[in-house]
Design a binder for this molecule. Structure first.
Ligand code: MG
Length: 385
């Protein structure tokens, strides 16, 4: 079997862009992947076109070797754009291999450990009684793990973000939320790396022990040394890693105990080939995966197969919740077959490949230029989104 074409599709789906990648073969089998570098999809599509130049004619069954060739055969190895492209291609190659061998992708990774994949949902309401009610609704609908209203947290009008105002209000409502939902719920928050070390420490110290079960990315992650400092200032577990583009980025966080839940993103870290290595490394350090899954059905399917194939798994992030009747990223006209979602979990599929079908003719909503919010302080300076 040989690869005959590689096609990137940067398209608008529902409420955001998705970069899908199709790999075609001379056996009539094609595979689909997705890239996770949201907001810079055209750069990744360009990288996919570079890789297309030498992938055509290659054997798609050699995903591990092709990963090495894509990663190593350039002077400027690695980086988020290139590994986002490699991720999509590696996922598509696994889809092809599963279809060719007529097995689900998890069979290529050692077989399944579980029959369903528990998920983590996120409340949508602003800080206040609505958020507490949504946390109760999630519990009533089968979720035990949830993040509390991270998306809107602290973002004022006109993309204004003042960290001290945000953490003061957030801590107050999180204390009330824990008192309302009890100890059974696993409560986390994604601060989306908007804080400094001092601000993150102050925020976590404002709440009694046991209020939060984890904090996701309180600070930026370029510096593991900064996380070492924060580690000394709080006992709250960290959930870090959704931006990491390789096992090497995970290295200090895993080995120094700086992430307690590995937020691996299979569409950014390097696909199945790299995610399985990160998972094994985490297993050796008693760290469970809590995969990042904010994108489309292909990302979700790849994450489900990854979650099925590893022993050290906690929850998979999902957009599905009781308030979104229409999931914002799953358009059934484009994806007529997707992962099956039941009460707070995805069912591990039995069919060949990823178990997602793509109606290529429906990929007709063009890419829309989109920028993440450019957050700023009241004094006019820019800060992290
Ligand atoms: Mg996050």
């Amino acid at each position: 079997m040989k690869i005959t074409d590689v096609k990137p599709f940067p398209v608008w789906v529902g409420q955001r862009n998705q970069l899908l990648v199709k790999v075609e073969t001379d056996a009539g089998i094609s595979g689909w992947g997705e890239s996770g570098l949201s907001g810079r999809e055209l750069a990744v599509a360009g990288a996919v076109r570079h890789y297309r130049e030498f992938l055509i004619g290659r054997n798609p069954m050699r995903a591990g070797a092709l990963w090495q060739e894509m990663y190593r055969s350039q002077y400027f190895e690695g980086g988020r754009v290139l590994t986002a492209a490699i991720s999509a291609l590696d996922i598509a190659l696994h889809d092809i291999k599963g279809k060719a061998l007529k097995v689900p992708v998890y069979q290529l990774l050692g077989g399944k450990h579980r029959d369903f994949i528990p998920t983590m949902a996120t409340t949508k309401g602003p800080l206040g009684p609505d958020m507490i009610q949504q946390a109760k609704d999630l519990l009533a609908n089968g979720w035990i793990c949830m993040r509390l209203s991270s998306d809107q947290m602290g973002i004022g009008k006109d993309n204004l973000f003042e960290p001290r105002e945000s953490i003061a209000a957030t801590a107050e409502w999180f204390i009330k939320t824990r008192a309302s939902v009890g100890r059974k719920a696993v409560l986390g928050v994604d601060y989306h790396h908007r804080l400094s070390v001092a601000e993150a420490a102050s925020f976590l110290q404002m709440m009694p022990s046991g209020t939060l079960d984890f904090i996701e990315e309180p600070i930026r992650d370029e510096s593991p040394e900064a996380y070492e400092t924060l580690r000394k200032l709080t006992p709250v577990p960290f959930a870090i890693g959704e931006e990491f583009p390789s096992k090497w980025a995970f290295l200090p966080y895993v080995e120094k105990g700086l992430t307690n839940y590995a937020r691996v993103d299979i569409c950014n870290v390097g696909g199945f080939t790299e995610a399985m290595k990160v998972a094994g490394w985490c297993e050796a350090h008693y760290i469970d995966l809590l995969p990042h899954n904010p994108l489309g059905p292909i990302c979700t399917a790849a994450s489900v197969h990854l979650g099925a194939a590893v022993p050290n798994f906690s929850w998979l992030e999902t957009w599905k919740n009781p308030w979104d009747a229409q999931d914002r990223h799953d358009d059934a006209r484009i994806f007529p077959v997707m992962m099956k979602f039941e009460k707070a979990h995805f069912v591990v599929p039995d069919g060949p490949g990823l178990g997602v079908e793509v109606n290529e003719a429906a990929l007709n909503e063009p890419f829309r230029p989109w920028e993440a919010p450019h957050l700023h302080r009241r004094d006019g300076s820019y800060t992290n989104w």
